[in-house]
Every structure is written in C-alpha cells, then in structure tokens.
Design a protein. Structure first.
Length: 151
C-alpha cells in the first residue's frame, strides 16, 4: 500500500468520493451529513490523501486545519473492494503522523451515531480517541458523535 497526497482529479478518486457521499446520504439525515464534496476537499485548509495498491484505489482520507493547534479528520473511506485489509488504520496512522508533524495539539472528528459506524468508533477508540462534544462549527445533533485525541 502506498499513500499519496491527492489533488482530487483522477476518475477513480472522484468515483470513490461520489460513492462516499451517496452512502452517507443513504444512511443519515441530510442535515447530518458533513462529508466534504470535491470542492470541499480542494479547499486550501484541507490536505487529502489516497491509498493505492498498484493501480487500485483502496481508500482516502483528509486533514482539515481548524486552527494552528487543532486538526479535523475528514472523508475517511475505504473502497468496498478493500474492506478489512487495514486501509482505514493505515490512513488514520498517516493522518495522525501528519497532524503531529504540523505540531497540532489536538485532532478531532465527527461521525454518525448509527450502527453502521460502530466499526469506525472502535477503530478511533483503539487509536486513542475519546468521545467529546461538538467542536469547530458543529452543533450537537442526535445523529453525530464526536471524538478527539490529544497529540
């Protein structure tokens, strides 16, 4: 597996982002989907990476700078054909490493609170994230869970 900084222009990446957004809207209320679209992932405050094996796209993830000491994990997704292969864990480790390299003191994320997200909650907790309240521009909803980790 290799992780690359990505400019969100390759067709396979655009397709995975589209799949991610469709999936989020299928299982979450519309006002509770905070996944970034193409323009959001191209924003200057977001760094976006993809994971590849040869020519096969395995997953993606982003890091948004909230301020000089706080980052947010965005748009983590494993391709359906690469589930249970450690892709998400590899991306999470990469993002944590990048946040440390930027001297962030805190890394946070928002995810859904419904059952399909239970494996993600477990992964984040194994990586040292703990539940927290809303951060940044989020306001609390019954469909969101928030996690944070001190770096």
């Amino acid at each position: 597996m290799r992780i690359e900084r990505d400019d969100v222009s390759r067709p396979a990446v655009v397709a995975l982002i589209d799949y991610h957004l469709r999936s989020m809207h299928e299982i979450s209320p519309p006002d509770s989907v905070f996944a970034l679209d193409l323009s959001g992932l191209k924003h200057r405050d977001v760094t976006f990476w993809t994971i590849w094996e040869g020519d096969d796209l395995l997953g993606m993830g982003g890091l948004k700078q909230l301020d000089a000491a706080h980052g947010e994990i965005k748009s983590m997704r494993t391709a359906p054909t690469a589930l249970r292969r450690g892709v998400a864990g590899a991306m999470l480790d990469h993002i944590i490493g990048e946040a440390r390299a930027r001297s962030y003191r805190r890394l946070s994320l928002e995810t859904d609170s419904n059952a399909p997200f239970a494996p993600a909650w477990a992964m984040y907790e194994r990586a040292g994230f703990v539940p927290c309240g809303p951060f940044g521009s989020y306001s609390d909803t019954s469909f969101s869970r928030y996690f944070t980790r001190t770096l």
